[in-house]
Write a protein that binds this ligand. Structure first.
Ligand code: SAM
Length: 447
């Protein structure tokens, strides 16, 4: 039996009702949880958000297990208009199995949530199903947990199996809750000094393998972290922190961060090279707002442009206006490419249900188009760092191998990690470690 989380206990009824609504949006309308959670919900208060997140992320993490339990308890599948009732049952079962809320409170509140969603005629069903689960729990779980469950869609399991002998380990890591990592801004502090500040604030933390990284033993609200608002740190995964280090930006260079939003890597580039001329480009205008906010918090400046990285001719003139004629060829390019995000499933478990196998080929084509277009804008001897938060070889090592075959002037640079047989370096998600991430560093040979 999985352990119950200590963090969250009983809260107001509307959090449960909203959780069910959000889950319906994710599962039936293909909306991402991060997008839903980022929007202000008029029904909820600030203090409701941790429970809302815990329930929504938690249900997505263990969805097949909860679905199988419902199948044991409900005669006919809840389809069409009754899908919201199905989601209410998911929310109820998740609390009974994984949270510390007393059982009777969960049942009562789920019945009230059913009523508040104007599903009065299903109050009896929700009450009956949850109570029957409590009575027959041992029997039901014996059947449901008989075999090891991947809690992943079959197509993704097959892809991981095909690519990696350690696929089971990867899947287990994807099903964990991720740690919270901080990146200490070298312009303000260092890991040892900041760890001392955290200790003073009674916050347990340890240093990571990356020279700027700190792992919090328990996740915290950023408002509790000393000097967060003054730009002393950034919340960023351990393995994502290698991007700017591997790019190795230098002051005065013209550097393109090609898929920049929300700007976690743009600010890192400017921490390491504060005098670099950095361009933060992204195709999603609303996401660029976050880049601006992050730059402002860090006290940094970059040229922020909305544009399609695969069509440089559409936005290069804006760079020329700012930095002059010569700036249309870059010294360095960070291409943190749009990808399947299969390496960050533990942070975004809804990806397991939103991403479809048919999404992968178009993503691979987009990555190739962006890589090919930007390569032409790199100076001789310039460096391009290709990065994804994917675990799939077609987006990573196979993409780069194909690129190298078609671009003899491109040379793959060694990376400071243990040797791998494939091109570039693949990080896997690790308990108490970083997310799944891929890097390949290319240099453009001068003739
Ligand atoms: C992995 S995220 C980038 C994360 C970011 N580098 C960071 O560290 O904060 C990928 C980004 O690519 C952007 N994107 C997708 N297609 C793009 C395109 N054709 N041109 C530019 N940006 C694109 C998305 O809007 C998204 O913000």
């Amino acid at each position: 039996m999985p352990k119950k989380s200590t963090a969250l206990a009983a809260k107001s009824l509307s959090v449960r009702a909203v959780s069910a609504q959000y889950l319906l949006q994710v599962l039936d309308k293909g909306q991402s949880l991060s997008t839903l959670l980022a929007e202000k919900n008029p029904v909820l208060k600030e203090q409701d958000l941790p429970l809302l997140q815990e329930i929504c992320f938690g249900v997505c993490r263990v969805l097949p297990r909860l679905t199988q339990i419902i199948q044991q308890l409900v005669d006919k599948p809840l389809k069409g208009k009754t899908r919201l009732v199905h989601c209410l049952l998911l929310v109820g079962l998740y609390q009974l199995l994984y949270l510390r809320t007393p059982d009777h409170a969960v049942v009562d509140e789920m019945v009230k949530a059913t009523q508040s969603l104007k599903l009065d005629s299903f109050k009896g069903l929700v009450n009956g199903v949850l109570r029957r689960f409590l009575r027959e729990q041992a029997n039901i779980l014996e059947k449901v947990d008989k075999h090891w469950q991947t809690l992943h869609p079959e197509w993704l399991v097959n892809k991981l199996k095909e690519a990696y002998p350690n696929w089971r380990e990867i899947i287990e890591a994807n099903n964990q809750k991720p740690p919270m990592w901080l990146r200490v801004n070298v312009q303000h502090s260092n890991v040892d000094d900041y760890l001392a500040l955290l200790q003073k604030a009674d916050i347990d933390a340890v240093a990571g393998e990356h020279p700027q990284s700190i792992r919090l033993i328990q996740a915290k609200n950023v408002a509790q972290l000393p000097h967060f608002m003054e730009g002393w740190l950034t919340v960023q995964d351990l393995h994502a922190q290698w991007s700017a280090r591997l790019l190795a930006p230098q002051n005065e260079e013209v550097i393109l961060d090609a898929c920049a939003a929300p700007g976690g890597k743009t600010t890192h580039i400017l921490e390491l090279a504060p005098q670099a001329n950095v361009i933060a480009l992204d195709v999603e205008r609303h996401r660029l707002q976050r880049v601006e906010e992050n730059l402002a918090r860090m006290g940094q400046k970059a040229l922020v442009i909305c544009g399609d990285a695969s069509q440089p001719e559409q936005w290069l003139s804006q760079i020329q206006q700012q930095f002059g004629e010569s700036a249309v060829q870059f010294d360095r390019i960070l291409l943190d490419a749009p990808c399947s995000a299969t390496g960050v499933i533990r942070r975004h478990p809804d990806i397991k249900w939103l991403r479809k196998e048919s999404d992968i080929a178009p993503l691979v084509a987009l990555q190739k188009a962006i890589l090919t277009a930007l390569w032409q804008r790199l100076k001789p001897n310039g460096v391009l760092l290709y990065a994804t938060c994917s675990l799939l070889p077609e987006e990573n090592s196979a993409q780069i191998t194909d690129f190298l075959q078609h671009h003899p002037e491109a040379e793959l640079m060694p990376l400071p990690f243990p040797e791998q047989t494939q091109a570039g370096h693949q990080f896997f998600p690790q308990e108490n470690g970083g997310d799944g991430f891929y890097y390949a560093k290319l240099v453009k040979k001068a003739d």
